[in-house]
Write a protein that binds this ligand. Structure first.
Ligand SMILES: *Cc1c(COP(=O)(O)O)cnc(C)c1O
Length: 365
């Protein structure tokens, strides 16, 4: 039995073809036809007016915050349970991430707790669609309007997920995506910001290109960054976006198959299903109710011994030294301790899923 990884990109003939076109044309840096084409296709996929490419998902978040002029003295609300980059991007602007606990069902930022953390310094909220499961955006947008806050969606794990039939990443002012190798589509490393606001799109283009005026070369009205995507990355991205509906569909089947096999296990719970929520199952995720030695850590070891990789959930961000403070985030702590991600990628076969689930059942029996 071959080792089953948690994630693996699907790279085929068209990725190779487009990349070899870059190489043979020598347009390998951040100018070239694939960049604009990938941006156009990604914007269309999301249903956004503008898409601005950049070199990873973290810089996408930083660009979005910088374009909205988030700065020192500002506070930005961030879920306590997410990948560390969400909070780091806030710090890069000199602002302070303020953590909000998650809700028990979605494992996403709890809108009921958000309002308690809002004060005069609060400028924005970054809802994160964790593991591909959409945030309750109705509640978040209601709060944003009530308190006049910016919304930057961290959709790094949720390309194509829908909430009330609308793509995540298109609810707030700016939506941010990652194309890291394990994400739903990949460019190796890469990122994208989508928005319907022309001025914000223009500002992000300026910022990612050293703050250089598009009208006056080598004149820099702003301090920018070099966060540009290369034509080679965009070539891979263009080949990937052409297959995205197939990738998402396969992930849906993978998720359904896992649930069919595992739903009768009393030790396992999933996020609830809801006709208005279309999760994309970035990584199949469930919570493990431990009893004695039948706990998550031992399950991970048991799976590894049977050639199956898995991942514990992220640690709560406030548990890291650079963010540690007095707040308590009971649900983030609990879900972080109980959660496990199982292998999820387009080429994972139904037979492999069956084997993984049988191994999980054997562990508990
Ligand atoms: C992957 C990820 C990021 C960062 O993306 P990179 O491309 O790795 O920089 C940000 N937020 C979340 C929730 C992620 O999963």
């Amino acid at each position: 039995m071959k080792f089953i990884p948690v994630a693996q990109p699907k790279i085929g003939k068209s990725e190779q073809l487009f990349v070899s076109q870059c190489l043979s044309s020598s347009w390998i840096s951040s100018t070239g036809k694939f960049i604009a084409e990938f941006e156009k296709k990604f914007a269309r996929f999301c249903g956004s007016s503008y898409a601005v490419s950049c070199n990873n998902g973290t810089t996408a978040l930083h660009l979005a915050l910088a374009a909205l002029d988030i700065k020192s003295g500002d506070e930005v609300l961030v879920p306590a349970l997410t990948f560390v980059a969400t909070a780091n991007a806030v710090k890069y602007c000199g602002a302070t991430p303020v953590f909000v606990d998650i809700d028990r069902q979605s494992w996403n930022i709890d809108p009921l707790l958000v309002e308690k953390k809002i004060n005069q310094r609060t400028k924005a909220i970054i809802p994160v669609h964790l593991y591909g499961y959409p945030v309750n955006m109705k509640a978040i947008m209601h709060i944003a309007r009530k308190y006049n806050l910016y919304i930057i969606e961290d959709a790094a794990e949720a390309h194509g997920a829908k909430y009330y039939n609308k793509m995540v990443g298109t609810f707030g002012n700016i939506g941010c995506f990652s194309f890291y190798g394990n994400k739903i589509i990949t460019t190796g490393e890469g990122g994208m910001c989508v928005t319907d606001n022309k001025d914000l799109a223009k500002k992000m283009v300026l910022l990612k290109n050293h703050g250089m005026s598009p009208k006056r070369k080598y004149f820099h009205p702003l301090m920018g960054f070099n966060y540009r995507m290369t034509n080679i990355q965009a070539a891979i991205g263009l080949a990937q976006i052409k297959q995205i509906y197939r990738f998402i569909k396969r992930r849906q089947v993978i998720s359904d198959t896992y649930k069919d096999y595992l739903e009768k296990l009393p030790q396992i719970t999933f996020q609830p299903e809801n006709p208005n929520i279309e999760s994309v199952c970035w990584l199949f995720s469930c919570l493990i109710k431990s009893s004695g030695k039948k706990n998550r850590e031992n399950l991970i070891k048991y799976l590894k011994a049977h050639q199956i990789d898995s991942r514990p959930f992220f640690y709560p961000i406030p548990s890291f030294p650079m963010y540690s403070h007095n707040g308590t985030y009971l649900l983030a702590d609990e879900v972080s301790r109980q959660g496990i991600n199982l292998p999820t990628y387009a080429d994972l076969s139904n037979a492999q899923i069956k084997y993984i689930c049988q191994t999980v059942k054997n562990f508990f029996s």
